[in-house]
Design a protein around this ligand. Structure first.
Ligand code: BEZ
Ligand code: FE
Length: 288
């Protein structure tokens, strides 16, 4: 097209796409460019504003590395990661939630009843529950990959003072589908703000905090993998999680219990002499 105008440029773009283009790629590119052009027309985007947007993308690229995923973080704080997640979540299963950039795969095995807290201080949190199918039957042999922040608010991958797999564990449940472990209650923390995402949050008048959470990836043969998180119901950031990860069924009561109620058969049984916190969180997996 040689007489391109602000009104026909979107159709011109669509016309430039080749006949042999894969249909889903055509659908996605057509819609993406339609929305992008409509956005520029609607806001009457100026050159300066366009340059700011390009500088933001360049800033993300400049900071991106194996340990720093600024584009994913952009998607997270814009709500896109959570939206994609919810578009494909199964209503009959436990809600999924954001993976985040701090999971380290290959965690060492953590036996059922094991302790992730090791020598860190702070009150003990006992987390337990059953991995079930959508009919309520336990799933024997399901695997649960667990990770969280240390009490200083940092994940192992962010903190040279921690071992690679500190506060990470991989548990395989038995015939009863039950998992159980002790840890310290994770703390609220901020997403990294020393790059372009910090600037966007500032510009939007937003804070960078996430509520306290435990991360799980739950897998079993024949079932859909589930990436999820558990949140305590008294966290001040529950209604303003900066990455939009909170779902009603993932918010749990953490009960304070006397030491005398600490169960048998755990790594810390017989070693608890102060009140502890306990949370029950059953997980439902959908069939693959
Ligand atoms: C996290 O929960 O680890 C996380 C999720 C999204 C962005 C940053 C951190
Ligand atoms: Fe997290």
């Amino acid at each position: 097209m040689r007489n391109v105008t602000k009104d026909n440029i979107t159709e011109a773009f669509k016309g430039y796409m080749g006949d042999e283009m894969e249909p889903r790629s055509r659908e996605i590119m057509s819609s993406l460019v339609q929305h992008l052009h409509d956005f520029a027309r609607e806001t009457n985007l100026t050159h300066n504003e366009w340059r700011t947007g390009i500088a933001f993308l360049e800033g993300c690229a400049a900071i991106e590395s194996e340990d720093r995923h600024e584009f994913v973080l952009a998607s997270d704080i814009l709500g896109l990661s959570s939206l994609v997640d919810m578009l494909h979540s199964r209503p009959d299963a436990t809600s999924s939630s954001v993976l985040g950039p701090f999971h380290v795969s290959g965690a060492p095995p953590l036996p059922v009843g094991g302790d992730m807290k090791r020598d860190f201080g702070g009150p003990v949190l006992l987390a337990e529950g059953v991995i079930r199918d959508t009919d309520g039957n336990p799933i024997p042999g399901a695997e649960i990959d667990i990770w969280q922040t240390a009490p200083n608010g940092l994940y192992a991958s962010q903190d040279e003072a921690q071992d690679t797999y500190s506060f990470h564990g991989l548990m395989t449940v038995g015939e009863d589908g039950r998992y159980a472990f002790t840890t310290v209650k994770p703390v609220e923390y901020t997403v990294p703000t020393d790059g372009p995402i910090g600037a966007i949050l500032d510009a939007c008048g937003r804070h960078p905090w996430r509520p306290s959470h435990l991360h799980y990836i739950v897998k079993a043969p024949g079932y859909r993998d589930l990436v999820t998180e558990i949140f305590p119901d008294d966290d001040p950031y529950l209604d303003q999680d900066t990455v939009f990860g909170v779902r009603e069924d993932l918010v749990m009561k953490y009960h304070e219990k006397p030491a005398s109620e600490f169960p048998e058969g755990m790594a810390l049984s017989g070693k608890i002499n102060a009140p502890f916190l306990a949370v029950e969180f059953d997980v439902t997996l959908a069939k693959a």
